[in-house]
Design a protein around this ligand. Structure first.
Ligand code: FAD
Length: 155
């Protein structure tokens, strides 16, 4: 339990670690949405060709892949610091903020790639779309992550 009077500091340290878990959660949702979009875009044909051949779809997939790689590096960086016993207040907030926001962006784009089918329960992307939003709220909202990051960089 620690010392009397240290509760707030301990709670903040636990949140630093928890935020890495939410970053990983957001990254997993984003990756699932991306992989489903990639596979579907190669299968679904419109105007006589797979929709992956349309630049509008290819650009969405490129944005998804780029954001996932960046989010992955931020999450592993925060996890690595935590494993080494370093302070991770800023890094965990950055990883959590970035991955949760891209999770919402990517799952929203995934529904778009699936078109009308994206809105149905026949495919997983509608669930990614709903679940991703939690990541921008739980363990501190995106606004609170920005407060934490600003406080850390303005010290
Ligand atoms: C599915 C789900 C599971 C959850 N699980 C848990 C759990 O297991 N344990 C737990 O303890 N909590 C849990 N939560 C609660 C979660 O941590 C809170 O919902 C979250 O921290 C936001 O707090 P709030 O809902 O009171 O929103 P509020 O604090 O009322 O925020 C409302 C809005 O105001 C903004 N805001 C608030 N304060 C500021 C500020 N100072 N500056 C700028 N903007 C601000 C917020 O960013 C948000 O946009 C869960 C929430 C959800 C949705």
């Amino acid at each position: 339990m620690g010392e009397v009077g240290d509760g707030f500091i301990q709670a903040m340290k636990i949140l630093d670690g928890g935020r890495i878990s939410i970053a990983a959660l957001g990254l997993g949702i984003a990756t699932g949405a991306y992989e489903a979009s990639l596979a579907y875009s190669k299968e679904r044909e419109q105007f006589g060709q797979p929709i992956s051949r349309f630049q509008a779809i290819g650009f969405k997939l490129a944005d998804m892949a780029t954001k996932i790689e960046a989010g992955s590096l931020l999450t592993y960086q925060a996890a690595d610091l935590k494993n080494r016993g370093e302070k991770v207040t800023k890094e965990s907030a950055i990883a959590k903020y970035y991955t949760s926001e891209i999770s919402v962006q990517i799952s929203t784009d995934a529904v778009q790639v699936f078109g009308g089918y994206g809105y149905t329960k026949e495919f997983p992307v509608e669930k990614f779309y709903r679940d991703s939003k939690l990541c921008t709220i739980g363990e501190g909202t995106s606004e609170i992550q920005k407060l934490v990051i600003a406080r850390e960089i303005l010290k």
